[in-house]
Design a protein. Structure first.
Length: 342
């Protein structure tokens, strides 16, 4: 399953190739609370069909109404991209359902050949990170190497956004836990690989959308070359397999490397990797073991949830202190939630 950004770009490109008028909408800036972060994408065609979102529904309804009533031109000022702000006043915030009086600034552009969406998609598929610079006067686009996690930059002349490869999850071991993790990861927009050289474990393992491979774990890691958008989790409990993956994964750019096991087994693994394979303690500090946030999990599905929660937290830049506090609160049975003052 593709991530949402890729789905938006691919759908917009398909609509445009079919001869439909298409508007690509980007969240450029936000103030206060906002349902969608800067960089979020949405596309709307001339029939009012949409993919992606910029607010969770409230602003989308207004844009769709304008396009249905007056066509794509109704959402744009001429052929050039248009900057549109929602939620400036308390009345607008209430009207459009923005939480806590938040303000969202959008850039709307008509998709055309010079939008270069095909090149952008190709770069993402090749796991390249791209900086996209949109000229707000002409609508023309420049693409150049960039970083995946950049924050959009808007000025009077240009909108600069950053896109790149979808998150990727490599699981070592084909079993119930990897099946639950794969299902969750797919729904979160990850590309998923499951590696298990043991034929008896692979025989009954099948999940649409997941690449199942019989390679030795170290061969797979060396072939895929984990980048900063890749997580690797060892799930077999077999050091002959898990260690092979961890040795190379820990020395890659992977944003998350983890392994299941008890605290005692995790400590033993750490010493084994240091003494037998000369992995430094500094590198071993990157290893999440036991993998997962504490949620008192017992079943494979609950363990999968705890591990995927930690993977997503690390991907999104949550600090170790934040995750530790969340785990402590969860262990006390407290419900954590963010809310807006009334």
């Amino acid at each position: 399953m593709e991530d949402l950004d890729t789905q938006v770009l691919r759908t917009a490109l398909r609509w445009q190739s079919e001869g439909q008028a298409v508007v690509l909408v980007t969240v450029a800036r936000t103030w206060g609370s906002s349902p969608r972060p800067p960089g979020s994408l949405m596309a709307i065609n001339g029939r009012g069909e949409t993919v992606g979102s910029v607010s969770g529904g409230c602003i989308e309804d207004d844009l769709i109404h304008r396009i249905r009533e007056g066509g794509v031109e109704a959402a744009l000022t001429g052929n050039a991209p248009t900057v549109q702000r929602y939620g400036i006043s308390a009345d607008q915030a209430h009207r459009f359902g923005l939480p806590c009086g938040g303000t969202v600034e959008l850039v709307l552009e008509r998709v055309a050949v010079h939008s270069r969406l095909d090149e952008l998609l190709t770069a993402c598929e090749q796991r390249e990170s791209v900086e996209r610079v949109l000229d707000l006067h002409s609508g023309r686009v420049q693409l150049r190497p960039g970083r995946r996690d950049g924050v959009p930059e808007l000025n009077d002349a240009t909108l600069t956004t950053y896109l790149g490869p979808q998150a990727r999850l490599i699981l070592i071991g084909a079993g119930d836990l990897s099946r639950f993790m794969s299902q969750m990861a797919l729904s979160l927009g990850f590309e998923v690989f499951v590696c298990d050289p043991r034929e008896e474990h692979r025989a009954s393992w099948s999940l649409p959308g997941v690449t199942l491979t019989h390679e030795m774990p170290d061969d797979l890691i060396l072939r895929l070359k984990p980048d900063a958008r890749t997580a690797v989790v060892a799930l077999t409990h077999d050091p002959k397999l898990d260690d092979l993956a961890l040795i190379d994964a820990l020395q890659s750019e992977a944003f998350y490397v983890g392994a299941i096991g008890s605290r005692r087994n995790s400590a033993t693994r750490r010493e084994r990797l240091h003494e037998h394979f000369e992995i430094s303690y500094e590198v071993l500090d990157r290893l999440h073991g036991p993998a997962g946030l504490y949620i008192a999990s017992k079943t494979p599905a609950e363990i999968a949830l705890s591990i995927m929660a930690e993977v997503v937290a690390v991907k999104n830049g949550a600090s170790a202190n934040t995750m530790s506090r969340a785990s402590q609160e969860a262990s006390k049975g407290l419900l954590l939630a963010s809310s807006c003052p009334v």
